[in-house]
Design a protein around this ligand. Structure first.
Ligand SMILES: Cc1ncc(COP(=O)(O)O)c(C=O)c1O
Length: 422
């Protein structure tokens, strides 16, 4: 479920109409709904049990307003870089609710995490384990960790977002997991607490998740039998959201109930604290990207609808062949037309939709790419020297620009001329 709908013929985010935001902030612009973020967090928490820890995956959407909204609900965060840890701290997430994941954490990043006193580092390789133990020991600390294990079971909406397969770079290998756990238990700078697993993103196949979780359970039982009881099990994120259900669509809470039931069954009798790292599920349909039609470019067999957003602003269609529903902000009464919706960037992958049927549109009209709240702005770039898109957070009938549009001074100020040119 989300809080974007039509009122008096205009698409609104909660109580604010998107045409007003477009006029005041300009386009393209990301717009997020607080009520949707809050609802998704609560529904997920309820599904997995109030005692579980929910660590929102910042990579999905690291906007300060989004993080502050979730932090106030008591959410923890899953981070994958020093930048994300810093952003979470700035948003008011206490260090003891921060998890640090990722296959390539640098020594400097690990040192920052240890000094900040974060809740847990999800260690993904033997080299990282050694580096982290040394760093913590030098500082007279013992960092709480879990071992991220590759269960050799992958799943996800696209090969590029499948992470749990044996050929994927993530986690320690299944065959090495037990040895590394025992090794970690004997290291001075770390306190090993349990296991973590994350097999991919945009997953609807709960059977694959269940099989991966079962493997973790088996390993936990094996370790306990050797006198190494785990107290934490981090089951990652990955639950999918519907991108293609058309208008109006709902996020079925029944699928989350099914997920919650499956988790309860797999973990029944295990004396561990459960953790989860949902990203897309929390932020996905809490955001839209509003863009303006610049031109119609008619060919014999198709009409290109050229909009002012581009693949640097929303890369999912170009990168993952992803589908986003397109809703006109003020739908016309005109006939339905078929459009190829494209951006201004100089490559053909800058295409949002092919042969999409929409109410007739003309230059100046606004459209919204729906379900753009996750892996939208957070994956944006300045490709083609385009300015980073502004982000707006709506709450009831108020809105705030939580990230202003980058300026050309800021963009050009990033570069330095080489000394020999002076
Ligand atoms: C370790 C880890 N946790 C959580 C997530 C969030 O996944 P999702 O947004 O599908 O919930 C990711 C996504 O790549 C991840 O790599």
């Amino acid at each position: 479920m989300h809080h974007f709908d039509y009122r008096n013929g205009v698409l609104h985010a909660e109580g604010v109409d998107l045409a007003t935001i477009a006029r005041e902030v300009g386009t393209p612009v990301y717009v997020y709904s607080s009520a949707t973020l809050e609802r998704h967090y609560r529904v997920f928490k309820e599904a997995v049990g109030e005692k579980s820890h929910v660590f929102y995956a910042v990579k999905a959407n690291g906007n300060l307003g989004v993080l502050m909204t979730l932090a106030r609900l008591g959410a923890g965060v899953d981070t994958v870089s020093e930048g994300e840890i810093r952003k979470a701290l700035a948003a008011g997430v206490p260090a003891n609710r921060i998890v640090f994941s990722g296959v390539g954490k640098s020594a400097a990043e690990l040192a920052f995490a240890v000094e900040a006193g974060i809740y847990q580092v999800n260690v993904e390789s033997e080299g990282e384990l050694e580096t982290l133990s040394k760093i913590a020991e030098q500082r007279g600390k013992r960092q709480a960790i879990v071992l991220r294990v590759n269960p050799e079971i992958g799943a996800g909406g696209h090969a590029k977002i499948t992470t749990g397969g044996a050929a994927n770079k993530f986690g320690v290998s299944w065959s090495e997991a037990e040895r590394l756990y025992i090794r970690a238990a004997n290291m001075p700078g770390v306190a090993i607490k349990g296991l973590a697993v994350h097999i991919g993103s945009q997953i609807f196949d709960f059977g694959a998740l269940e099989a991966a979780f079962q493997r973790m359970r088996g390993l936990i039982e094996k370790l306990a039998a050797q006198g190494l009881p785990a107290s934490r099990l981090d089951l990652g994120g990955g639950v999918g959201v519907p991108y293609e259900l058309g208008y109006p669509f709902n996020y079925g809470t029944d699928s989350l109930e099914t997920y919650g039931r499956m988790v309860r069954e797999v973990t029944r009798g295990l004396d561990v604290e459960l953790g989860f790292e949902p990203g897309r599920l929390i932020a996905g349909n809490a955001g839209v990207l509003v863009t303006r039609v610049l031109y119609l470019n008619a060919r014999a067999d198709r009409t290109f609808l050229v909009v002012d957003a581009a693949m640097n602003d929303l890369v999912r269609p170009a990168m993952y062949e992803a589908h986003h529903e397109i809703w006109p902000v003020t739908p016309s009464d005109g006939p339905m037309r078929s459009y190829d919706v494209v951006g201004p960037i100089c490559e053909s992958s800058d295409t949002f939709a092919v042969q999409r049927s929409l109410p007739e549109l003309k230059p100046g009209d606004l459209i919204a790419f729906m379900t753009a709240g996750a892996y939208g702005a957070s994956m944006s770039s300045t490709y083609n020297q385009r300015l980073l898109v502004p982000e707006v957070l709506v709450k009831d009938d108020q809105f705030a620009v939580t990230r202003p549009r980058q300026t050309y001074e800021e963009l050009l100020g990033l570069d330095r001329a080489p000394a020999w040119m002076n």
